[in-house]
Write a protein that binds this ligand. Structure first.
Ligand SMILES: [Cu+2]
Length: 157
């Protein structure tokens, strides 16, 4: 009788796992939040962002602390491998504000927010499964000309 009960219990657990799907059933997401601001002086307020190794999702919020409109002093937040900074920024320059100064569906872009103006904010959430622990990543603003100054180191793990 005892043995029969444990078999039933094992079946019940297996059913829960199957019904819930591997992602939701196996582990709860750990969403880690980051915040950064861009200013009318064409600067980010942080030069480095760090994400702990146990974060499964990153939720980044970009705020524009200035007053200038997006067409004049727009900022976005774009995460790429450091080796892709110049290529992605140059390609984005010609894409225009309507495309947030990024080539649409650029596979080199790991995560990005829309381009915002003074007083606005924008967020992006992305899984850390897109990142390699200890990898060499850079965040930047791809508004034309900004990435030269508006960039920083992004560390995961
Ligand atoms: Cu900018």
């Amino acid at each position: 009788m005892i043995r029969r009960h444990s078999v039933l219990a094992a079946l019940a657990i297996a059913t829960v796992f199957l019904a819930g799907g591997t992602h939701t059933a196996l582990a709860a997401d750990k969403v880690c939040q980051l915040a950064i601001a861009g200013s009318d002086a064409m600067l980010f307020d942080k030069k480095e962002l760090d994400v702990a190794a146990d974060c499964t999702q990153v939720e980044l919020t970009l705020t524009h602390s200035g007053k200038l409109p997006a067409a004049a002093m727009g900022h976005n937040w774009v995460l790429v491998k450091t080796a892709d900074v110049t290529t992605v920024a140059n390609a984005g320059m010609s894409a225009g504000l309507a495309n947030n100064y990024l080539t649409p569906n650029d596979p080199r872009v790991i995560a990005s927010t829309k381009t915002i103006g003074g007083g606005q904010s924008a967020s992006v959430t992305f899984p850390t499964s897109k990142l390699t622990k200890g990898g060499d990543y850079t965040f930047m603003c791809t508004f034309p000309g900004h990435y030269v100054i508006m960039k920083g180191i992004f560390k995961f793990g």
